[in-house]
Design a protein around this ligand. Structure first.
Ligand code: COA
Length: 402
């Protein structure tokens, strides 16, 4: 019994940005980027939302027509031997660190866009390890609903796990240390619970403390807050000015609150203290962008990938050498090479897709999986390991038979 893969999909925005294009933005060059990272180009979304990309990848995995979105330019591909009835999907797990909105969940928007009427839907954020976490969450919920006591829970027979990111929205385009690395895209996989078959064979999830804050991104959303420690603060003059301006009483315009000067979110400040996040925003830098100590993340990554692969393989009762292919997080080709060395495997045992995508965070894995299947590197019945690492510091791996 197990969660077996039925379909796979990926989607990227049509706009391709080459290394040479980035030379116009920061002091860098194609040779440095290719040699140090393995990246030649990446896709950047301008008019495509994260959910647009997610919907295109998911539609490919379900064998449906890709929804047409006015103004969007999306390239998609998928492998789905038999179209899946959208009404039969009962669970949608969407992983992202770049949600289009905070409420409702982006999974809810995706479910509506694709007409997945019966599905329970929610978002997961485990940074770049999101897809492994998402698969593990979906598989665990499916398994729990099929245990002896499963009747007391929702039944999950078919799940859609989608990872979608617009990482370029969190990118500081003046920071050459990071802006050459990231791109946008989405990937998806449909799982079905089957008796007598075992798709997802094991999973291994881990969170190491990021003591050095080597990978962080502050939140910058905060509505103006008309409170201080003593309660409500109301500036009658500003409120009266606002009321006089407001033609339509139905339109609630709280802009006057900003004039109170209370627009910072103290709770967000406390979170920054908790994690001791470097407050570059107050020093004039852009706020909601990824800050990274590349070398610290690099050192963590190679070890974390080796450990996660070994642990997941041991749990699945599979020797690392017997795995057909490893589908790793696509953060840096050199990290994949290090992991290969540590695992005593040839580089050829790994799916490498980074060259034309860059790091698309949690969507790297399902996108690379589509590449591995499309190129014939892996096929039905093969055992693969999905492995990733990311902010948190999260890491994880899942072994599955395709
Ligand atoms: N173009 C040209 N030079 C650059 C550059 C760029 N885009 N980015 C950095 N440099 C420079 C640095 O300023 C530094 O110059 P200096 O020696 O004069 O100070 C030099 O190149 C070396 O920098 P360094 O940080 O040591 O390079 P690196 O070999 O570690 O490569 C990363 C940098 C970011 C590519 C690499 O550390 C990395 O990939 N880390 C992991 C990142 C990751 O996985 N992130 C995602 C996690 S999910």
């Amino acid at each position: 019994m197990g969660a077996c893969a039925m379909g796979f999909g990926k989607a990227v925005p049509g706009l391709v940005v080459h290394n040479e294009d980035l030379e116009k933005l920061v002091q860098t060059d194609d040779e440095w980027i290719v040699t140090r990272t393995g990246i030649s180009s990446r896709h950047v979304s301008v008019n495509e939302t994260m959910v647009d990309l997610a919907a295109a990848a998911a539609a490919e995995a379900l064998g449906m027509d890709v929804p047409s979105v006015p103004g969007a330019n999306i390239d998609s591909a998928g492998v789905c031997p038999e179209p899946v009835d959208p009404a039969s999907i009962d669970l949608v797990v969407l992983t992202t660190i770049t949600p289009d909105v905070l409420v409702p969940s982006n999974a809810a928007a995706l479910k509506r866009m694709l007409g997945l009427d019966s599905a329970v839907a929610f978002d997961v954020n485990a940074a770049c390890t999101g897809f492994v976490y998402g698969v593990s969450v979906a598989e665990s919920m499916m398994a729990a609903s099929h245990t002896a006591g499963g009747g007391a829970r929702n039944q999950y027979n078919r799940a859609l796990v989608v990872s979608s990111e617009r990482l370029t929205r969190l990118t500081d385009w003046q920071d050459r240390n990071t802006c050459v690395l990231f791109g946008d895209g989405a990937g998806a996989m449909v799982l079905e619970w089957r008796d007598g078959e075992q798709g997802v064979m094991s999973s291994y999830l881990k969170n190491d403390d990021d003591d050095a804050n080597s990978l962080t991104c502050r939140q910058s959303y905060s509505s103006p807050l008309p409170f201080d420690e003593n309660g409500v603060v109301c500036d009658e003059e500003a409120k009266a000015a606002h009321d006089a301006r407001s033609d339509d009483p139905k339109v609630v315009d709280y802009s006057y609150i900003a004039s109170l000067g209370l627009s910072c979110d103290p709770a967000a400040g406390r979170a920054d203290d908790l994690f001791d996040i470097d407050d570059r925003a107050s020093r004039g830098g852009p706020e909601q962008v990824i800050y990274m100590n590349g070398q610290k993340v690099f050192k963590f990554a190679a070890k974390a990938m080796e450990n996660a692969v070994r642990q997941a393989c041991e749990r699945a009762g599979v020797a690392v050498q017997d795995v057909k292919a490893i589908v790793p997080h696509q953060a840096n080709l050199r990290i994949i090479e290090f992991a290969a060395k540590r695992l005593d495997l040839p580089l050829d045992a790994f799916q490498v897709s980074i060259g034309h995508t860059g790091n698309t965070s949690s969507s790297c894995l399902p996108m690379a999986l589509v590449d591995a299947i499309s190129s014939g590197k892996v096929s039905h019945g093969d055992i693969v390991v999905l492995v990733a690492f990311g902010g948190g510091l999260t890491s994880g791996a899942a072994v599955m038979r395709l």
